[in-house]
Design a protein around this ligand. Structure first.
Ligand code: ADP
Ligand code: MG
Length: 218
């Protein structure tokens, strides 16, 4: 589950962003909805410990993220968070399979070839395993990034604008895939989006509406 209380973050020299409190049960879905620049990516960075709150806290799976020291935070993130970033950051020099293998390297774990094969299969990527990112369509590359995010079976999946460049059919497929993967892992799913199609596709989700939450004076 994810809970935040009095969460604020200020970039140097800027007014603080102030985030409304949220509480999402384990396995639930939270939409961060709001226009560009309203703070959605910042919220995801706070929930994954890439940024430390200026005030307040966010508790993810019982762990208050901001109190962890840097090294412990990296280990915690690798173990618990599956992050689907807006820019996918696939390594262009490596095949799809080797991009997935990097996850184990980064987490200091031995390579798990069976887990990679399972993820390729589950996301319909097995025929593309030997390709380099430049040889993939946008939707295929995103599925590789999602496979990478899910490899260590995270308890939380964070997706930043996952449908921004997708047509209606691909958008629906991406939302279904995210929701389906989260269900299989009983992971809590957080999607940052300004895409009305995503909001419509997930009527059961909790919504944190950024358009009314930020910014505030200190
Ligand atoms: P969103 O994801 O909703 O588009 P962001 O969280 O990226 O919003 O940004 C929220 C606000 O913080 C914006 O005004 C943005 O310009 C600012 N911001 C984002 N990243 C930085 C940064 N690294 N340094 C300073 N300001 C930033
Ligand atoms: Mg953003």
């Amino acid at each position: 589950m994810i809970q935040s209380r009095g969460l604020r973050f200020a970039y140097p020299g800027a007014e603080p962003l102030c985030f409304a409190d949220v509480s999402v049960a384990q396995g639930g879905t939270l939409l961060l909805r709001g226009p560009s620049g309203s703070g959605k990516s910042t919220w995801l960075a706070l929930a994954s410990g890439l940024l430390t709150p200026t005030e307040g806290e966010v508790v993810v799976g019982g762990q208050s993220v901001g109190v962890l020291a840097a090294a412990a935070r990296d280990a915690w993130r690798a173990r618990h968070i599956g992050f689907l970033p807006q820019k996918l950051h696939l390594s262009e020099a490596l095949s799809v399979t080797d991009n997935l293998g990097l996850v184990f390297f980064a987490a200091g774990l031995p390579q798990d070839k069976a887990a990679v094969a399972h993820a390729l299969q589950a996301l319909d990527l097995a025929p593309l395993a030997a390709r380099k990112p430049a040889q993939l369509s946008g939707g295929q590359a995103q599925r590789v990034a999602l496979a990478r995010a899910l490899l260590l079976r995270p308890s939380v999946i964070l997706a930043d604008e996952p449908t921004a460049s997708l047509d209606d059919a691909a958008c629906a497929a991406a939302v279904d895939l995210l929701r389906g993967c989260a269900s299989e892992l009983n992971a809590t799913l957080v999607i940052a989006t300004h895409d009305a199609r995503v909001v419509q596709a997930l009527p059961q989700a909790s919504v944190l509406a950024f358009d009314i939450a930020v910014p505030v004076a200190a």
